[in-house]
Design a protein around this ligand. Structure first.
Ligand code: TYC
Length: 118
């Protein structure tokens, strides 16, 4: 399973008020910014053995594609070697990869599925 990143440090407390040359309190306001979470794309790789129908089923079942979209993505992978199935938070992407690989191995197919920073 992919390793988790260490937890990020807690946010710094707001800057302390300081005193100006005339003794007045100078308040420095810093806007608190929360970065959006890093997103990950789940990618299927082509191989010579996994049946096209199985890849279409995977795209429909695990990535909620309709039949037409699933078929287009499968053909793109078949012709170009790889294709993005969706973009998710880290945990969701990791779970999708695990579920797809487990389904492929159960069915006896060598299908490869990876996640990469989007
Ligand atoms: N290339 C496979 C075939 O000809 C089909 C295939 C498509 C396999 C996409 C994997 O991710 C894949 N049967």
């Amino acid at each position: 399973m992919p390793q988790e990143d260490p937890p990020s440090p807690p946010p710094k407390p707001p800057a302390q008020p300081r005193h100006g040359s005339d003794g007045a309190v100078v308040v420095e306001r810093k806007t608190a910014r929360t970065k959006p979470p890093q997103m990950f794309q789940v990618v299927l790789l082509n191989d010579d053995y996994t049946p096209m129908e199985f890849v279409v089923m995977v795209l429909q079942h695990y990535f909620r594609c309709d039949l037409e979209t699933a078929t287009l993505i499968m053909l793109k992978i078949h012709h170009e070697g790889r294709g993005v199935c969706g973009v998710f938070s880290k945990d969701v992407a990791a779970t999708k990869v695990e579920l797809v690989l487990a389904a492929a191995r159960r069915a006896g197919h060598p299908l490869q599925c990876i996640m990469e920073a989007a």
